[in-house]
Design a protein. Structure first.
Length: 191
């Protein structure tokens, strides 16, 4: 009888061990660690639409070779986007890239401006995690906003830029860090 109880306990332990939380790479739930890299976005946040991956662009790729494109690229690369050029600022939860219901009205309200063209969608992240991880997360956020706008009827011409944690507040308060988890939709036609 004792052997049966031990066998049952061992089997239960193995079953419950597989149900526990997965480990997270590096410290993506805490302060970043140096010297470690993650090769892709962890499974824990990829539960949303996998089609949201896209090419990560640098600031020179965001230009459309027009004076307006150069102007917008300068705004983005210097993190100095004028308020008058911001069509919408969409905020995201920690480690999330889906457009939440509370943020969708902002995008619904700008669809006409988006359809006029020359729109840039710039993704950001907070400082938690590696630089590579945050760049991928900010890209997924920007892609999610672009896909949402496409579902509203916008054309596919909006240019994506992922900046990751480039302008994130380091070691900020909870509210300061939360402000870094965003996408800004920029009107390239703004003066």
């Amino acid at each position: 009888m004792n052997v049966t109880k031990i066998a049952l306990l061992a089997a239960a332990a193995l079953i419950f061990a597989g149900c526990g939380p997965k480990s997270h790479p590096n410290s993506w739930r805490g302060a970043p660690q140096t010297g470690t890299e993650v090769s892709s976005v962890p499974e824990e946040i990829s539960g949303e639409d996998e089609s949201l991956t896209g090419e990560v662009l640098d600031e020179t790729d965001a230009r459309d070779d027009s004076p307006a494109g150069d102007k917008v690229a300068n705004w983005i690369s210097s993190n100095n986007i004028p308020e008058s050029a911001k069509l919408a600022v969409i905020y995201f939860g920690f480690d999330k890239f889906n457009v939440e219901a509370g943020e969708r009205a902002k995008l619904d309200a700008i669809i006409d401006a988006v359809n006029r063209g020359n729109v840039y969608i710039v993704g950001y992240s907070d400082y938690f995690g590696t630089e590579e991880y945050n760049l991928a997360l900010s890209d997924k956020r920007a892609q999610a906003v672009k896909n949402y706008l496409k579902n509203l009827g916008a054309d596919d011409s909006a240019q994506i830029q992922a900046l990751g944690e480039a302008y994130a507040v380091q070691n900020g308060t909870k509210s300061e860090v939360a402000e870094d988890r965003k996408v800004i939709v920029v009107d390239g036609n703004a003066q």
